[in-house]
Design a protein around this ligand. Structure first.
Ligand code: SMG
Ligand code: MG
Length: 376
């Protein structure tokens, strides 16, 4: 494929209910979609969904910055590279430091276009072994415990395989105790702090040990592997990294220093689905459990995440909830649903979604097409 054009489409999707984490509250999602036009085509034949948020609060990338780096540097480099396959995208973009979410969106669009042309699925390309994957749900921070328990009960009734609670200082031990009492000892429960604690909080976090959690996700700052290792040594709850892992090397180093015994793999955060698979392979060799994270994706990203989560090292339920957990209307005709705690891995070619062009048109806030020239 020779990249000859790109569509950058920005959409605004209202959430069905606000989602609060230790770094902020969201009521809508501002998402950049990347359309891949190759060999002179006027319309994209593949789409990528960028997981960056509007503001650099989860990670350093943010939507405006992603759009700029793609337009100024990444897309021209891909166009100049001539005939490439999706597997070359990561190498061609290698000279540009960082910007993993922008790179991942481009690689994802290339994969979609290439696989559709070959009539193959992402599931087949990645080598998934299952046709259904267990579905977990991520539950935000609430103003009070009653509202939290009502929300959790709703998700239990929906059949989710496990619950993840967002925590922060002042919203941790008591919410976890009450939710454990509500759901019983057999249901999987885990927590995610999005970097809200410090090394001085280790004794406090060890109080979570009595609740039999599957894991505690990213309690400490992104660059603080040693505080994660100190917590792992002090606590019986497995420590899991999310924000700290942006590459294969970082995954390997974090395992070496004992900072993590479980990894949340998010393709967008690590630069794409192909690197995500490499991290999965490494973790499998090293005996580290992995699961697929979520970034409040539309049906495009959800479909691709299901294919990744079907690899056999994904031994824990992912944050791959039903589309309706976040959206009243998705931009795809075949939104992901949860049945008996499972979601079906898509079987259609490419990433496996079917765009709903009417909904897509309604949620679009900006659409820019640009043509790329090899010598640009
Ligand atoms: O897509 O189900 C989802 C969201 C899962 O909690 C989730 N993601 O740190 O893991 C995480 C967060 C990142 C996004 S918070 C706005
Ligand atoms: Mg997380």
């Amino acid at each position: 494929m020779h990249l000859t054009g790109l569509e950058l489409r920005r959409i605004a999707m209202p959430l069905v209910t606000p989602f609060r984490t230790s770094f902020g509250s969201q009521t809508a999602r501002d998402i950049l979609l990347v359309g891949w036009c190759h060999d002179g085509a006027d319309e994209p034949t593949g789409w990528g969904e960028c997981v960056a948020m509007s503001e650099p609060l989860y990670s350093s990338e943010f939507v405006d910055g992603v759009a700029t780096v793609i337009e100024r540097f990444l897309a021209p480099a891909l166009a100049a590279a001539g005939d490439i396959s999706a597997a070359d995208v990561d190498r061609v973009l290698g000279p540009f430091k960082g910007h993993h979410m922008a790179k991942a969106a481009l690689e994802m669009a290339a994969l979609d276009a290439e696989l559709r042309a070959q009539n193959r699925t992402l599931h087949q390309l990645l080598g998934g072994t299952r046709d259904h994957v267990p579905s977990g749900v991520s539950v935000g921070i609430f103003d009070n415990l009653d509202d939290l328990l009502t929300s959790v009960q709703g998700y239990v009734d929906d059949g989710y395989a496990r619950i993840k609670l967002k925590i922060e200082p002042g919203w941790d031990i008591e919410p976890v105790r009450r939710v454990r009492d509500l759901i019983g000892d057999d249901m999987g429960l885990q927590v995610d702090a999005n970097t809200a604690y410090r090394r001085t909080d280790i004794d406090h976090l060890c109080r979570l040990d009595e609740f039999g959690l599957l894991l505690i996700e990213q309690p400490m700052p992104v660059d603080d592997l040693l505080s994660h290792a100190a917590l792992a040594a002090a606590s019986t709850t497995p420590v899991c990294l999310d924000e700290s892992i942006e590459s294969l090397t970082q995954a390997s180093d974090a395992i070496d220093v004992g900072a993590t015994s479980v990894i949340n793999i998010k393709p967008g955060r690590v630069g794409g689905y192909l690197t995500a698979r490499r991290i999965h392979d490494l973790c499998r060799e090293r005996g580290i459990a992995v699961w697929c994270g979520g970034m409040l994706e539309t049906g495009i990203g959800r479909a691709a995440n299901c294919a990744l989560a079907a690899l056999d090292g994904f031994t824990l339920p992912g944050d791959i909830s039903a589309s309706r957990r976040f959206w009243a209307r998705d931009i795809v005709r075949d939104p992901i649903d949860v049945v008996d705690g499972l979601v079906a891995v898509p079987t259609a070619p490419g990433l496996g979604y079917d765009l709903d062009h009417d909904v897509l048109a309604e949620v679009t806030t900006e659409r820019r097409m640009f043509t790329l020239h090899p010598g640009q």
